[in-house]
Write a protein that binds this ligand. Structure first.
Ligand code: PZK
Length: 384
């Protein structure tokens, strides 16, 4: 179990649990302990963020009250039904009053720990058609973080990265109160001087590149062979830099424009390393049944030199396609967001704010896709 400090109590033979414990959220189906107990037996968990020693000291004997209900009283505790959702609550917003916000995006929030280090947090927010939806996706922030951590390790020999640690016990004291929220979904990173150009690599033609190619036969000034179909693999991966335009939309720029913005030498270095990273990672992913059609890297300068920052090679920063469903000649289904997009099309959302909420079923199935992407890519099971 993920959350280490749990005490279990059994409540039995009592039909009106929610009137006794209004603060408890009851799952639709009571958790059944084994197969023998009657269905009204519920398992309650006392969840403590104090650590195992304190949790043990504070655990109390069950107190008998009328109606056959046995329960324990705590003056300050949370009693939770054991469901994955409650052990790993969906995080839509973060707020650490002690810390200054350094940057925030649709999904990620970056806080300043001190002059040298930042706290990078992936929430469970999801965006579709350019807006953040009202519903979070269970486990999504942890999946994105764990995928980035996997790639940082995989790419260790190729490029320095901004990761300091994702071990919350090593975080500074200023965020100690938040470790339960941060565990699994955050990274302490080195503050870098960011390069104001997005380093996009494409192995397949899709999205804005497909639009450009159809209009001009080129992408970011790169001449491509004629006769390509939508989603075709390119003869070789191409580097198509972009800048954050004032509209909030990224704007593809020619390499020469990148060179003008940040200098030709740095531009060449970033292009070469981006292509190397994409080539190595996409070969690996392809063996695991995932096509990484394209991806966006962000780099900064640190004491280690050019440093890979931000999240890397996640479904949010890349197009992941399931290889077994790959069919060039049309737009591909998204590995992760397809249920969301289908639902939003089905309800004919006009794609103007406010973005709608998702039905629980759509959020749950989408969550499963993220968790599955992590497993397929890394061969590891995400602890849910
Ligand atoms: C940094 N972003 C992009 C925007 C996000 C991320 N190591 C670093 N040092 C300094 N700045 C950044 C990083 C990183 N990573 C990255 N903006 C600043 C960004 C919005 C939300 F999570």
């Amino acid at each position: 179990m993920k959350n280490g400090y749990l005490q279990t109590f059994l409540l039995s033979r009592y039909p009106l649990l929610s009137s006794v414990f209004p603060q408890i959220k009851f799952s639709e189906k009571p958790c059944r302990a084994g197969n023998s107990p009657p269905p009204e037996i519920c398992q309650l968990l006392w969840c403590s963020s104090l650590g195992p020693a304190q949790a043990t000291n504070q655990s109390k004997a069950l107190t008998k009250i009328s109606g056959g209900l046995e329960y324990a009283t705590f003056s300050a505790c949370r009693i939770l039904i054991m469901t994955p959702e409650l052990l790993d609550p969906v995080v839509l917003q973060t707020d650490f009053p002690e810390l200054e916000l350094h940057a925030s995006g649709k999904v990620r929030d970056v806080y300043r720990l001190d002059n040298e280090y930042l706290l990078f947090v992936a929430t469970d927010r999801i965006s579709a058609f350019d807006y953040v939806l009202a519903t979070g996706i269970p486990h999504k922030g942890r999946v994105l973080t764990q995928i980035s951590l996997f790639w940082f390790d995989f790419l260790r020999g190729l490029v320095p990265n901004h990761l300091v640690t994702a071990d919350v016990t090593r975080y500074p004291a200023t965020v100690r109160n938040y470790v339960d929220l941060l565990r699994g979904r955050s990274m302490m990173v080195v503050r870098a001087e960011m390069v104001p150009v997005e380093c996009v690599v494409r192995g397949y033609i899709s999205g804005s590149a497909w639009k450009e190619y159809k209009a001009s036969g080129r992408v970011c000034g790169i001449e491509l062979p004629s006769g390509l179909k939508e989603s075709d693999q390119l003869p070789e991966p191409i580097f198509t830099p972009a800048t954050k335009a004032t509209t909030g939309h990224d704007e593809n720029i020619p390499f020469a424009e990148m060179a003008r913005l940040i200098g030709p030498e740095l531009s060449r270095e970033l292009r070469d390393i981006s292509l190397k990273i994409y080539t190595k990672a996409s070969q690996y992913a392809r063996q695991k049944g995932i096509i990484i059609a394209d991806t966006k890297f962000e780099f900064g300068r640190t004491a280690a030199g050019i440093t890979l920052a931000d999240e890397v090679l996640t479904p949010d920063s890349s197009r992941f396609w399931p290889a077994d469903k790959y069919q060039p000649g049309k737009a591909q289904e998204s590995f992760d967001k397809q249920y969301v997009r289908d639902y939003l099309e089905e309800i004919r959302w006009n794609k103007q704010p406010p973005a709608p909420a998702l039905p629980p079923e759509v959020a749950r199935k989408t969550s499963e896709k993220y968790v599955e992407a992590y497993r397929q890519l890394t061969g590891r099971k995400l602890d849910v």
